[in-house]
Design a protein around this ligand. Structure first.
Ligand SMILES: Nc1ncnc2c1ncn2[C@@H]1O[C@H](COP(=O)(O)OP(=O)(O)O)[C@@H](O)[C@H]1O
Ligand SMILES: CC(C)(COP(=O)(O)O)[C@@H](O)C(=O)NCCC(=O)O
Ligand SMILES: [K+]
Length: 267
């Protein structure tokens, strides 16, 4: 059964947050600014509004003690799936959800040539990190891509980096070389691989660590200062353990950012 939130003025309403990534779609319930529960599903190639609504309803039904959801916010970096989630949220909450995109208040000053180009997940990461950490900081989001968001000492988003993500790099290697197969994405015993599997793990996993740490050093040099580095996404804990530069792992930064953006944009 659809849970409809109370529309009474002043009633605390829980918010459904939807983060449509290229590989995984994450759902969260944000209540009083805190993330109450999260759920994830594989991002399909296409999806109807009914399918999105059923996915959201399954999440709510599977969550013990879930508060009533009265509103929603959607961040999608897959344009072909955005409408389905917007319609689903509309049907669930009885009002049009907020959609992260141009026109939304973010609370973060942006120095990106065209801020409208910035991925909705990156905007959410920035909003969450701004609420939780003192600038300067760098967010490293480990997903389909490994993307960085750089915030300078004045709290201004000054740009970032987009690189292939861990799983993408592994797939590319296996796909391009006849004798290489998919490997488990974990650190090998030694960076000098003693087998094909270890050699690929060294190249992909330790290569990703080296790329992240090396890029952070280059960003620090260009900024003229060191920063806090926060990792988010599925592999955030693992990467923090392997990296010499990542200070904190905050797996659900994007969903919490959606909560922050909702609070900023709805009375
Ligand atoms: N540390 C890790 N260990 C294993 N797999 C990882 C790790 N980090 C990311 N991945 C994989 O990277 C891919 C993309 O991550 P995901 O969070 O699903 O991306 P997106 O946010 O772009 O949808 C997934 O296939 C996931 O399994
Ligand atoms: C960089 C991204 C592909 C990351 O997507 P993800 O890896 O989370 O699926 C996404 O934020 C995006 O499509 N951005 C648009 C380009 C930009 O941010 O400048
Ligand atoms: K992401």
């Amino acid at each position: 059964m659809a849970r409809r939130g109370s529309l009474e003025k002043g009633a605390a309403q829980a918010v459904l947050a939807v983060d449509v990534g290229n590989t995984t779609t994450s759902l969260g319930i944000v209540e009083d600014g805190a993330l109450f529960a999260t759920w994830s599903l594989t991002t399909p190639e296409r999806m109807t509004a009914d399918e999105a609504r059923v996915a959201a309803l399954s999440f709510l039904a599977a969550t013990d003690g879930a508060p009533e959801v009265g509103d929603a916010i959607v961040a999608s970096v897959v344009p072909g799936l955005t409408d389905a989630w917007v319609s689903a949220a509309n049907a669930l909450c009885g009002r049009r959800p907020l959609v992260v995109g141009p026109g939304l208040k973010t609370g973060v000053r942006m120095r990106y040539n065209d801020p409208g180009e910035l991925g909705a997940d990156r905007v959410a990461d920035l909003a969450a990190a701004k609420a939780a950490y003192e600038p300067p900081f760098i967010v490293v989001d480990l997903g389909t891509t490994t993307n960085f968001e750089v915030v300078d000492a004045d709290g201004v988003f000054v740009g970032g980096i987009i690189a292939p993500g861990l799983a993408l790099a592994a797939r590319a290697l296996a796909g391009a070389a006849a004798q290489l197969a998919a490997v488990e994405l974990r650190a090998p015993a030694s960076v000098i691989g003693k087998s094909t599997r270890e050699a690929v793990q060294a190249g992909v996993v330790m290569g990703e660590v080296a790329r992240i740490d090396g890029l952070i050093d280059m960003v620090w040099r260009e900024l003229g200062c060191k920063t806090l580095v926060v990792a988010t996404g599925a592999g955030a804990q693992t990467m923090r353990a392997l990296s010499a530069r990542i200070d904190a792992a905050d797996e659900h930064l994007t969903l919490r950012g959606l909560g922050a953006l909702h609070a900023l944009n709805r009375r």
